[in-house]
Design a protein. Structure first.
Length: 313
């Protein structure tokens, strides 16, 4: 007697997609707990500087989900996707404020070897900012930029390698002690058409993986200075040599706010200029509303310049 052949019924393993689930949950935990990363060998510095880019992991989890389609792999993708979106999604929303700000602030680290300093200065001046701060003025290119800005702004203050140019009068500079052997920050009061503004120009110490202690100490000192400054309207602009996602910035943001975080419109990476992967240059503030934050086109410095618009509250 011939018996009809019937193929065995395919069994669905309850563990199907478990790899995607584990991978996704671990990545979500990493995002939520990144401030616990060890500082040894610069692990925290490197990963926190490029934290938004770790979203590439989501693509890998999505691939696992598509290959091993199951409710476990779906959870493995959705959980970290929601965490990443909650952390970085708001920054990607478009900036819808089209009004003219009360004032605009530009900051640029011009680098020690800038081959086209005149063009760099004209690029900033052409955007008609009200206040400009420049870092690394000690080089020949910095001196050329210094001269160019002097011809475009009536008021200026320079301390060592940092300068501020303004359309409005400024008080004498007051050096801010960052615990270094040389000046890397100063404060001045700018008498604008909208009232007095306390302006800080800063250039935090450079960092290398495993050697962040000097910069971190300088950030803490600056945060202490902010706590004792009772001015209603405060702006701090410059090269902080740290990303907003670095947990060491939590001493400053909050209580201060960051123009890129508030104005949105993208991540606003500024370094390295050829292909920016992180944001080291910031405009922080108190007593304002951020209306815009724009990263200017690549120049000949290793940093890109930032132009931020602010309205007084």
């Amino acid at each position: 007697m011939n018996q009809a052949y019937s193929s065995p019924r395919r069994r669905h393993s309850p563990a199907k997609g478990i790899t995607a689930l584990i991978f996704g949950i671990l990545y979500a935990a990493f995002l939520l707990l990144h401030d616990l990363l060890p500082t040894r060998m610069g692990i925290a510095l490197i990963l926190e500087s490029v934290l938004p880019w770790t979203g590439i992991v989501l693509a890998l989890v999505l691939l696992m989900f598509l290959i091993r389609f199951s409710w476990l792999s779906a959870i493995g993708f959705l959980v970290p996707a929601l965490v990443w979106t909650g952390m970085f999604g708001p920054a990607l929303l478009p900036n819808e404020d089209s009004s003219d700000p009360d004032l605009t602030v530009a900051t640029h680290n011009v680098g020690a070897r800038m081959p086209q300093p005149t063009a760099a200065a004209q690029n900033i001046v052409g955007r008609d900012p009200d206040i400009v701060t420049i870092q690394e003025l000690e080089s020949l290119s910095g001196k050329i930029i210094h001269k160019e800005l002097d011809s475009s702004f009536e008021h200026s203050q320079v301390v060592d390698t940092i300068g501020v140019w303004s359309k409005w009068p400024m008080s004498e500079p007051e050096e801010v002690d960052l615990g270094l052997q040389w000046p890397r920050a100063f404060a001045t009061t700018i008498s604008t058409d909208h009232g007095d503004i306390r302006f800080y120009a800063v250039h935090m110490p450079s960092v290398r993986p495993g050697h962040e202690s000097m910069r971190n100490a300088a950030l803490r000192r600056l945060a202490t200075t902010m706590e004792t400054d009772g001015a209603e309207h405060v702006i701090i602009a410059g090269d902080f040599n740290t990303a907003t996602t670095d947990n060491n910035m939590e001493t400053l943001v909050p209580p201060l706010q960051d123009t890129r975080e508030e104005a949105r419109g993208g991540f606003g990476f500024t370094w390295p200029s050829q292909f920016p992967v992180t944001r080291l240059d910031h405009v922080l503030y108190r007593g304002f509303d951020a209306t815009s934050d724009e990263v200017l086109e690549r120049g000949s410095s290793d940093h890109r310049a930032v132009l931020a618009g602010l309205d007084l509250k």
